[in-house]
Design a protein around this ligand. Structure first.
Ligand SMILES: [Zn+2]
Ligand SMILES: [Zn+2]
Length: 356
């Protein structure tokens, strides 16, 4: 079962004599013999195809059967299995809709780091992206512009094999209609050359780590005539020394001196845009969160903003001097229970346990 046209594989017309078949086979077999192409998979596959075509066409009985059945031909003469017919039909239809040599180029990925402040305001970043672009010397076909390209003889430049029942891509030129006789020197036959593109990328406000931005047509050029691939810029938001992100909300820990928490104070705190002064009421507990509505990050959809959360953390002074220690002890003795209700309740619970 072969989806290829055996005549096209050997590069001969359907009217070829048995001698022509032999000659064509010998020439191709010499070129693609595994001994001469050590380890080259493509050459190995070609050699198998050529041999299969030759076995069918070199025997007059088999050749007559192949001419009659076309792609339904099997070497042992048995009818093809249903799944083979299915494979053949989908293979031929696939080839019909997708002409080879016109596949798009590869998509590329590039990771860009942004700060939390960038996320808040949005930012434009310049990135340098290594990519492969179509060679201007040969226009992408990889052939020397001065006669490096030759019309493919087996398909006469059509890129199609004239199979008996179906038309498929020509075996020799992979559907391109020409073969490269001399490689383009500028791109060494690849049809593309490496370059570095400097691009400006708009990072919209509100993005998060993993956000993907698509830059159409900024990926690799393909070999051949297809369109360029796309570039996907992946955002990575750096950790911030002061702000922690919770979705669109931002959390800042505010270390308060004990006296500030007890007496109340005006404290300057950092925000994403700069600073602001907040009033800490007297008697503020450690762990309390003060919320500044609308001072967080913008929603990526473009409407509204999260909040800025200020979390109070009491800082206990260390290394007290003798005078400080005495002052603090004096002050501590002056407190009564109503001034620290949670500790009073706790002490009470402990006393109750001791009674039991
Ligand atoms: Zn070139
Ligand atoms: Zn061809």
């Amino acid at each position: 079962m072969s989806q290829r046209d055996f005549y096209n594989v050997l590069g001969i017309p359907r009217t070829a004599s048995q001698d022509d078949v032999k000659k064509a086979y010998r020439g191709l077999a010499m070129r693609y013999h595994p001994d001469k192409n050590d380890g080259d998979d493509e050459a190995g596959q070609r050699f198998k195809d050529i041999t299969e075509a030759y076995r069918a066409l070199s025997d007059p009985d088999r050749r007559a059967r192949y001419d009659r059945l076309g792609p339904l031909y099997t070497e042992n003469g048995r009818p093809p299995r249903p799944e083979d017919v299915q494979d053949m039909v989908s293979g031929v239809l696939g080839g019909f809709f997708r002409r080879r040599g016109t596949e798009p180029g590869e998509d590329l990925r590039y990771t860009v780091s942004v700060s939390l402040e960038d996320v808040a305001s949005g930012v434009e970043k310049e990135i340098i992206v290594p990519r492969r672009v179509r060679c201007r010397t040969c226009g992408g076909d990889g052939a020397d512009p001065n006669g490096g390209r030759e019309v493919c003889a087996p398909c006469n430049g059509s890129g199609r094999s004239t199979g008996r029942l179906f038309r498929t891509d020509c075996y020799h030129c992979a559907g391109k209609g020409f073969v490269v006789k001399k490689k383009c020197e500028a791109c060494e036959g690849d049809g593309r050359h490496p370059t570095e593109d400097s691009l400006r990328v708009k990072i919209p406000p509100g993005v998060a780590t993993g956000t993907r931005l698509k830059l159409k047509g900024k990926g690799d050029s393909p070999r051949g005539s297809g369109v360029d691939g796309d570039l996907f810029v992946i955002v990575s938001v750096s950790d911030h020394p002061v702000f922690r992100r919770r979705g669109d909300d931002v959390l800042v820990e505010v270390p308060l001196l004990f006296s500030e928490a007890a007496l109340g104070a005006d404290v300057v705190v950092p925000t994403l845009e700069g600073t602001t002064t907040i009033r800490i009421p007297s008697g503020t507990a450690s762990g309390k969160i003060l919320r500044l509505a609308g001072r967080g990050l913008p929603h990526v959809s473009g409407s509204g903003k999260g909040d800025l959360h200020l979390q109070i953390a009491l800082e206990v002074p260390e290394g007290l001097s003798v005078e400080q220690r005495e002052a603090l002890e004096r002050w501590s003795r002056s407190l009564d229970k109503t001034q620290h209700v949670r500790r009073a309740a706790f002490d009470h619970a402990v006393r109750e346990r001791l009674k039991k």
